[in-house]
Design a binder for this molecule. Structure first.
Ligand code: ATP
Length: 307
C-alpha cells in the first residue's frame, strides 16, 4: 500500500553472541521524507539499518520495508532500495565512472550517470581506480551508486562523514532533491546540525532502543531559552546565578564556555549582561537561542564518552 510508511520497525531485537546490539527498537520512516537516526557510538544504528536493508536477520520484532519483509523478500526489495555502505562494495580496480555507468545500466529507469557524476564531482576522478580514490571520493561514489537506480527508499550510513564542505553541501542538495522527488531517505549521522537542517523526522537511539522521536522542532520545542557566552574560565557562578531571574541557572562547560538556561528571553539576556558589566567581565560571542538538537541529544544521552 502506497500510504504505509517506507519503513516500520517494531520491537526489533538483534544480538551478537552476548551483546544485545538492538533491544526492542521502534522506528518509522515516512515516504518522501528524510528520517535521521541519531545515537552515540555503539547505540545500534548500523545494526538496525542493516536489518532493514536485509543484511542481518532480526532475533525478534518486526521489520517492514516498503511493505515487505527484508529478510524474506530481499529479491523483490533490492531493485527498489538504494544502500550506501560506510565502505566497500566496489571492486578495487574498477574506475569510478565506469562503476557508476555500469550500475546505472542494471536498473530499469536510472538517473543519468553523467549528470549525477557531475553533481557529485566524480568526473574529475572518473578514470581513477576505486582503490586509488581518496576516502571522500569513495564516499561520493558510494552515494552515487546508492541513488543512481532511482530507488523509492535510500539508506545512507553517515553520508557526509569525512567529506569536505563542498562535497557536504552537494550531498545535502542531492538528499533534498531526492526528497522532492518523493524518495524516502533514512540516514544515520553524528552531525546534529545536519540532522536539524535536513531531517523531517529524527529518531534518537541509545542502548539499542529509540529513546525519543519527532521532528527537530518537536524535539527542541517547549524548552527554556539558552544563552551562551565565552569568557574567562572560572567566573563566579554562584554570584551570576544569584543575579539571574527565578528558575534560570548558569553552568560552565567546557572551561570558559558558559551556558545559561531559563525562561525569560530578554530579561535573561539583560540580567547576564548587567552582571557582566558589574563584574568587569567582557562576555564574548553571546548567543541566545532555543535549544539546538545537540543540546537535546546531550540531555537525552548524557555527556559521558561511550566505551
Ligand atoms: N558484527 C558484529 N559482531 C559483534 N558485535 C557487533 C557487530 N556489529 C556491531 N556489534 C556491536 O553491537 C553494538 C551496536 O553496534 P552498531 O554498529 O549497530 O552501533 P552504531 O550505533 O551504528 O555505532 P557507530 O555510531 O559507532 O557507528 C555495539 O556494541 C557493537 O560493538
Amino acid at each position: 500500500m502506497r500510504s504505509e510508511p517506507a519503513v516500520v520497525v517494531a520491537g526489533l531485537v538483534k544480538r551478537y553472541g552476548d551483546t544485545t546490539a538492538v533491544d526492542g527498537l521502534d522506528l518509522t520512516a515516512a515516504r518522501g521524507a528524510v528520517t535521521a537516526v541519531l545515537g552515540p557510538n555503539g547505540a545500534g544504528k548500523t545494526t538496525t539499518v542493516e536489518t532493514c536493508e536485509g543484511f542481518r536477520t532480526a532475533d525478534a520484532g518486526e521489520v517492514r520495508v516498503l511493505g515487505l519483509d527484508p529478510a524474506r523478500d530481499g529479491a523483490a526489495l533490492r531493485p527498489r532500495i538504494g544502500v550506501m555502505l560506510q565502505s566497500g562494495g566496489v571492486y578495487p580496480t574498477v574506475r569510478a565512472m565506469e562503476m557508476l555507468r555500469h550500475t546505472a545500466r542494471l536498473h530499469a529507469h536510472p538517473l543519468d550517470p553523467e549528470e549525477l557524476g557531475e553533481r557529485l564531482g566524480l568526473h574529475a576522478c572518473g578514470r581513477t581506480p576505486y582503490r586509488r580514490l581518496s576516502g571522500g571520493q569513495q564516499q561520493r561514489l558510494a552515494l552515487a551508486l546508492a541513488v543512481v537506480g532511482r530507488p523509492e527508499l535510500v539508506f545512507l550510513d553517515e553520508p557526509t562523514a569525512g567529506l569536505d564542505p563542498q562535497a557536504r553541501h552537494a550531498t545535502w542538495e542531492l538528499i533534498r532533491s531526492l526528497r522532492a522527488a518523493g524518495v524516502a531517505v533514512v540516514l544515520t549521522t553524528h552531525l546534529m546540525d545536519e540532522a536539524e537542517d535536513l531531517a523531517d523526522h529524527v529518531a534518537v537511539v541509545d542502548g539499542g532502543r529509540a529513546i525519543a522521536a519527532g521532528s527537530p522542532a518537536e524535539l527542541c520545542g517547549g524548552r527554556d531559552d539558552v544563552l551562551r557566552f565565552v569568557g574567562e574560565p572560572g567566573l563566579d557562578l554562584a554570584s551570576l546565578n544569584a543575579a539571574l531571574p527565578a528558575g534560570a541557572a548558569a553552568e560552565e562547560s567546557p572551561a570558559g564556555h558558559y551556558r545559561v538556561t531559563g525562561a525569560g528571553g530578554p530579561a535573561l539576556l539583560a540580567a547576564v549582561t548587567a552582571w557582566c558589566a558589574a563584574h568587569d567581565v567582557l562576555a564574548d560571542r553571546i548567543t541566545t537561542r532555543r535549544h539546538s538538537l545537540e543540546d537535546i541529544f546531550l540531555d537525552l544521552t548524557g555527556r559521558e564518552l561511550r566505551p
